[in-house]
Write a protein that binds this ligand. Structure first.
Ligand SMILES: [Mn+2]
Length: 405
């Protein structure tokens, strides 16, 4: 039997997108993953950072994590977990020694001793060595100096990351030379295509590192941090991506895990698509068109689909804005939940510049007079008298509140 490794990352357990909790999505993914591990006889499961979405995960998120570990135990699959930029090294490391007894390796943050990153796994006469590098924080890789510029910081961070991986390579060459080598890392590699849900790492994307920092030694680099699955330069340097879509910018992404099989001294690399348990959709058009799309929406998803509304109307009109607000608070059916919306107008007509004639200045008018001018230009308003009365009432309230405590 050959050693098989499953690479995944960016679970973000506990993630919420506006009103929606992804706990059910995570449950379904973990069920699928356990099945997949069993069916494919996976020897080692790699989770390359961002286990939790928050540094202080909720109790429900913790329960989900430990529940998964418990179900993994009888499958005889080793798991290696690293901390990402979202994770707290302390939270991940707290049960580290207990988990080690159960054959679960956790590297929450940069260890004092570089050797603690390494792990050798054998099966029959095959062997692999892993370097489980977590997210590298500034304090782990460089000394901040007073008065350094932004550019200095970016350059020093990049150098710090490169130096750290150079030490990892040296350690490998010294102690494990020639054994098939897998490096885990959680970082932004230059050239990777990103989505909205990756929190800016270090000092923004400026600190993206070149894939060359890993050197020529690794047979495979199991990356985390970018949610879109992709290879970086070479087929053996890869982001597995997040297993579930965590933001609307990921709605078209294929979600997958990577499966490596050690044959002779090399890995064959295959990807396996993760089923989509729900869709994230953007509904675009005028208010009327989008209202239609919502009414006729149907899906075969297991969980409720999530929608963002992108409204485009010809002319600015307060009625359209109100209509969008109504759509946002509506609950159309079990198949669709509306999470957010935006509206744009092709012709925005009524700025102050359009309100005033040549030679007029805004200070020449009382607020009420400006308001009257404004509604005179809006053809959608039928009864101006009532609106003006309401406006005056609001003004009075404001004046009263000004003087009262
Ligand atoms: Mn991350």
């Amino acid at each position: 039997m050959n050693i098989k490794i499953l690479h995944t990352a960016d679970w973000h357990i506990g993630k919420q997108l506006l009103k929606t909790d992804f706990a059910k999505d995570m449950d379904l993914f973990l069920d699928w993953l356990l099945d997949c591990i069993q069916q494919n006889n996976i020897t080692i499961l790699l989770m390359s950072g961002d286990l939790f979405d928050q540094a202080n995960p909720s109790q429900a998120a913790m329960a989900q994590y430990y529940g998964f570990l418990k179900r993994l135990l009888p499958l005889n699959c080793k798991i290696v977990l690293t901390g990402g930029n979202h994770d707290s090294p302390q939270v991940l490391n707290a049960p580290k020694e207990l988990l080690e007894i159960l054959d679960i390796k956790v590297v929450g943050g940069v260890p004092e001793n570089l050797a603690d990153l390494f792990l050798e796994v054998s099966l029959g006469n095959q062997k692999v060595v892993l370097a489980a590098v977590p997210f590298l924080r500034d304090k782990d890789i460089r000394n901040a100096a007073p008065g350094e510029s932004y550019e200095d910081k970016v350059a020093l961070t990049k150098d710090g990351i490169a130096n750290y991986f150079a030490k990892v390579t040296t350690h490998y060459n010294t102690y494990y030379n020639k054994i098939p080598f897998v490096v885990m890392a959680h970082l932004y590699a230059q050239g990777a295509s990103v989505s909205d849900s990756e929190r800016e790492i270090q000092i923004g994307n400026q600190a993206g590192v070149a894939a060359s920092v890993f050197g020529e030694e690794p047979h495979y680099v199991a990356l985390g941090h970018i949610h879109r699955p992709q290879m970086v330069g070479k087929p053996n340097i890869r982001y597995s991506g997040s297993p579930i879509a965590l933001s609307f910018s990921e709605k078209k992404d294929i979600k997958e895990v990577v499966i490596l099989e050690l044959i002779e001294d090399n890995f064959t690399i295959n990807t396996l698509a993760v089923p989509k348990f729900r869709k994230l959709v953007s509904l675009k058009g005028t208010i009327e068109e989008v209202t239609q799309k919502i009414a006729s929406y149907s899906t075969d998803s297991v969980l409720t689909d999530l929608a963002e509304l992108i409204i485009e109307e010809e002319t600015e009109n307060i009625a359209h804005i109100k209509a969008l607000e109504d759509l946002l608070t509506s609950e159309p059916n079990d198949e669709l939940q509306i999470l957010k919306g935006s509206i744009t107008f092709k012709n925005t007509v009524l700025g102050t510049s359009k309100l005033l004639s040549k030679g007029e200045a805004i200070n020449d008018f009382l607020p009420v007079q400006l308001f009257e001018k404004r509604i005179q230009q809006d053809q959608s308003i039928e009864d101006a008298t009532e609106l003006v009365a309401a406006f005056k009432e609001i003004l009075e309230t404001l004046h009263t509140t000004d003087t009262s405590e």
